[in-house]
Design a protein around this ligand. Structure first.
Ligand SMILES: Nc1ncnc2c1ncn2[C@@H]1O[C@H](COP(=O)(O)OP(=O)(O)O)[C@@H](O)[C@H]1O
Ligand SMILES: [Mg+2]
Length: 356
């Protein structure tokens, strides 16, 4: 029965001897490290948890003193994928019948999923935190900025030296830049009512691509439109969707090198139903894809795409994606981004046909 319990545990168990070699492993730990049973026995602990001397010290201290440790956070290492994953360890002494310490038992919990959830909720926290912060501060910042700008302008008129005037021009233009940023942040924060009307997505896309034509021409970017003629009109706020598409297409252009292609694809969604707090019963939805073959997104940037103010661009605002997500979610839709570094990025927008 003990053997069965050992094999049935969903947490990993490792038994190590006094010289820190592994004596036994259970199926859960084999699964976690993506290794077969044979791999473990006889290996040293440091192969599973490399360069974590602190952990090895703790195991040593268990072996010497017999005390236990709980919830030690460290990283396991999967050889096959060569990537570390977060684990939480409980260490206890393994005693024989006479109460002598024979080794140590490690209980190994895989924390990957939990960590993901924590990161996700942190993103949400950021949002609400940002919202209250901006509303509170924007006002306080804008008033003195107005004073700074007016004074700088007056001073500029007094000065005769053009070099000194130039300094003040910098002050004025930088003040304007802060002002614009604050405006955009306030725009993001202010809850906006949806003005829902029957909306033809192809018309929205046409308006936006017309606006972006010039920027695309500068980089000689070719726009390919693959539209589904049977796409139904949807219930949506046209102006707000324009803002979304403008943000997403801008991002695609900015990620692209010269002479590359950007694809806009529309279709009726198959097999993907939107179920959010807004839409209890999933109905028909449409998909708009913006596909570029630009720089792509690194794995670390991927985690922060929707965090307000996150940008990898020297002149970026980091508000395009969070604003877009907010608008799309207000419509009961979703945004999905997949990317391959150096190969390009696909942004998928799912929008329900009917608002509920
Ligand atoms: N199509 C894309 N290709 C590559 N990176 C992208 C793409 N779209 C967004 N990103 C990344 O996401 C970041 C955040 O985008 P966004 O919120 O629009 O802010 P901004 O464009 O001002 O930087 C960008 O700085 C960029 O690193
Ligand atoms: Mg952007």
């Amino acid at each position: 029965m003990l053997q069965n319990i050992f094999s049935s545990l969903i947490d990993g168990v490792l038994l190590v001897s006094r010289d820190l070699t592994i004596q036994k492993s259970n199926p859960a730990v084999e699964e976690m490290f993506r290794r077969s049973k044979d791999f473990f026995e006889g290996r040293t602990l440091s192969e599973l948890f490399p360069v974590q001397q602190d952990l090895l010290n703790k195991v040593e201290s268990v072996l010497e003193t017999g005390i236990s440790y709980r919830d030690i956070e460290c990283e396991g290492f999967q050889k096959s994928t060569a990537t570390p994953f977060p684990v939480s360890l409980t260490l206890s002494p393994f005693l024989d019948q006479d109460g002598q310490i024979q080794g140590a038992v490690l209980l190994v919990k895989d924390m990957s999923r939990l960590k993901e959830l924590q990161e996700f909720s942190r993103t949400l926290d950021n949002l609400s935190h940002m919202e209250s912060l901006t509303l509170g501060m924007a006002h306080e910042i804008r008033n003195p900025l107005g004073g700074i700008r007016a004074s700088a302008q007056l001073l500029r008129q007094e000065l005769e030296n053009p070099e000194q005037q130039e300094y003040l021009d910098v002050v004025i233009s930088e003040v304007d830049r802060i002002n614009r940023l604050i405006e955009r942040m306030m725009d993001f924060t202010r809850p906006r009512e949806l003005n829902i009307k029957e909306t033809n997505i192809h018309k929205v896309l046409k308006d936006i691509t017309l606006l972006e034509q010039e920027v695309m021409a500068q980089k000689n970017i070719r726009l390919e439109q693959v539209y589904d003629p049977s796409l139904p009109p949807i219930q949506a706020d046209e102006d707000q969707l324009k803002q979304v598409f403008s943000n997403l297409i801008r991002n695609a252009i900015e990620a692209s090198s010269e002479n590359e292609k950007i694809q806009l694809v529309t279709r009726v969604s198959t097999g993907y139903s939107i179920k959010t707090s807004h839409t209890a019963n999933p109905g028909q939805s449409i998909v708009v894809e913006i596909v570029d073959s630009g720089a792509g997104i690194s794995e670390s940037a991927m985690k922060n795409l929707f965090t307000p103010l996150f940008t990898t661009k020297s002149k970026g605002s980091g508000l395009g994606l969070p604003i877009s997500l907010k608008i799309v979610e207000n419509h009961g839709g979703k945004i999905k981004i997949t990317s391959e570094e150096r190969l390009g990025t696909t942004v998928q927008l799912f929008l329900p046909v009917q608002q509920r």
